[in-house]
Design a protein around this ligand. Sequence first.
Ligand code: ATP
Length: 357
Amino acid sequence: MASLSLKAITKQFGDIMALSGVDLDVKDGEFCVLLGPSGCGKSTLLNIIAGLISQDEGSVLLDSQPVDRLSPRERDVAMVFQSYALYPHMTVSQNLSFGLRMRGVPKPEIHNRVLETARLLRIEDLMDRKPRELSGGQRQRVAMGRALVRQAKLFLLDEPLSNLDARLRSSVRLELKRLHRQFKGTILYVTHDQVEAMTLGDKVVVMRDGRVRQIDRPETIYARPADTFVATFIGSPEMNLYKGRLVSKDGRSHFQGASFSLDLGNVQLNIEEGEVELGVRPEDIEIGQGRGGTMVVQETKVEMLSNVGSVKYIHARLGQEGLAVCVPKDTNLQPGQVISLYIDPQRVHIFHEGLRL
Ligand code: ATP
């Protein structure tokens, strides 16, 4: 296995700046997830690392050695594409073992590795079938198996679970995490699914418009998003954001928004006054007095409830602005009911010019 470093990678397609100055370090054995909306440059970055396309500027290093002049094969990187291609005339078993046979791996070892990988991906029963006899999801698992069966320096996985149904997706996700614990491979995994990123990654890289917005552990990305894009991209329903001003009164910071004010108490901020946005996650708002929050709104009406099973979400309005609040599943609130809202100033996020203060 190898460590991976990217130094100021830039790539332009005509007028489109697909990647701008991307820096990243992935440690040997780390599971790193690239997360971002469609078109943010994730696949382009993976293709550059694999050596399938070349960057305009910057460098790719494996184990601190630049590999920019090496062919994809010389880089010894295993990749699973979004649009996977299997050898149509070979069985699943032959597809899985092909790369190992080409590399002259001894037969008993091939047998064991293929079996282990097939078990992991739950395709043991399909070993004698040809790709045309498989469903899309089954084919995708075989494609992933073909990469995992190798002991490459680096694994690049581009949305490898996108064709699986929700249930299979979450079980393969768990298995993949378990497998990674065992074999300690270095993995760079691309997804636009935040749940996948948060559950799989030791480290998550959030990208937008070809730029890296934040690199952190999943817990930190959620708890301390670096900017308003990351804050609203991660979390569902997304973080509530309110425009307002930060003012200083008697040495304390206060948020003054269009529909509510909040004394921020001893929250440490690096500006005293100015235009800001206050962010608060749905689970950090209380209806009625709870964990020491301050009342911000005395009366607002429940507009709608959405029930996701484990919890419910209340949707309401604060003046012109929307609001989502997470409440326990046994809550008996009904649309039209009047509620008070409490927010703990320790749980809010303050952004100035889009960046976290
Ligand atoms: P998705 O999640 O939809 O796969 P992505 O984050 O992987 O998206 P990329 O495929 O890397 O995004 O594309 C980044 C940008 O570069 C997009 O605007 C895309 O249209 C553009 N792009 C990618 N490949 C090419 C190409 N060969 N020629 C021109 N533009 C391209």
